[in-house]
Write a protein that binds this ligand. Structure first.
Ligand SMILES: NC(=O)c1ccc[n+]([C@@H]2O[C@H](COP(=O)([O-])OP(=O)(O)OC[C@H]3O[C@@H](n4cnc5c(N)ncnc54)[C@H](OP(=O)(O)O)[C@@H]3O)[C@@H](O)[C@H]2O)c1
Length: 248
């Protein structure tokens, strides 16, 4: 694969495995994040590891300018993956907390997309938005997180219309719960404590699905059959889903 692929949030979890997966195809992979120690490790596995805080205009401008300069303006795939969670009841989720989650998961993703969309349009490339099943339905104690992922899904669906006359595509990938450091960072007790007995997809498999999505370019990919079933149930009867949803 002779492609230039940018993966945000590539210092951990899904982003790290995705960067590795694309690198294994021979793509020139740029992985970004904030943690300097993990960026130094990432640099051994990808073409370029760059500091980029997606919530910061200047940081995104500097990083994306460096990417465009290094690859002569060519970017084929942007995997907008950087994200954070928040697990709290609505009463404990004040506006500042909601803004913090929106700043990374929604405005951050939009900021990076806006910076690289001209290059993606020029190459007929693909924007892969790592949303979530929480971008398609509600969950208990997830008001801020669900809002941020629904916003990302809505933005992406509208963007498709704006890009209709171009060769560029927008793909929304919706993983279910995946065991990564995400949960501890988000205020869960732990993955096991908060998702007892839940079978989850290993991160390398999620990365495979993201690579496949970037190649096949469907509008939306919901990972796992269970998540597809619950998504369909939410479409048919949200009250019924609320009754059967095991995760409270
Ligand atoms: N794990 C799940 O169950 C799950 C399910 C559905 C969707 N997702 C989504 O998948 C994506 C990756 O999650 P993960 O599970 O892999 O979590 P993770 O292991 O905690 O990784 C999150 C990544 O995002 C980066 N990040 C966070 N804030 C950032 C910021 N302000 N600027 C730049 N990078 C930032 C982190 O890098 P630095 O700390 O180095 O900045 C890290 O590389 C997220 O968008 C998440 O919402 C996860």
């Amino acid at each position: 694969m002779n492609k230039v692929v940018v993966v945000t949030g590539a210092t951990s979890g899904i982003g790290l495995e995705t960067a590795r997966r694309f690198a294994a195809t021979g793509a020139k992979v740029v992985g970004t994040g904030r943690d300097q120690a993990r960026l130094a490790e990432l640099a051994k596995e990808v073409d370029l590891a760059l500091t980029m805080d997606v919530t910061d205009d200047t940081s995104v401008k500097i990083a994306t300018a460096a990417i465009l300069k290094r690859y002569g303006g060519k970017v084929d795939v942007l995997v907008n993956n950087a994200g954070i969670g928040l697990f709290k009841p609505w009463e404990e989720t004040d506006i500042a907390a909601i803004e913090k989650v929106m700043a990374v998961n929604f405005y951050g993703a939009v900021r990076v997309a806006r910076a690289l969309l001209p290059a993606l349009i020029a190459s007929g490339g693909v924007l892969v938005q790592v949303a979530s099943v929480a971008g398609r339905r509600g969950y208990a104690k997830h008001t801020a997180y669900c809002a941020s992922k629904h916003a990302l899904v809505g933005w992406s669906e509208s963007l498709r219309y704006d890009l209709a006359k171009t060769e560029a595509d927008v793909v929304v990938v919706c993983p279910p719960a995946i065991r990564t450091p995400f949960f501890e960072n988000a205020g869960y007790m732990s993955f096991e404590a908060d998702h007892p007995g839940l079978q989850t997809m290993p991160t390398p498999e999620v990365a495979n699905e993201i690579l496949k999505a970037a190649t096949d370019r469907p509008d939306t990919v919901i990972l796992s059959n269970r998540a597809k079933l619950l998504d369909a149930l939410n479409f048919v009867s949200p009250p019924l889903l609320r009754r059967v949803q095991v995760y409270k």
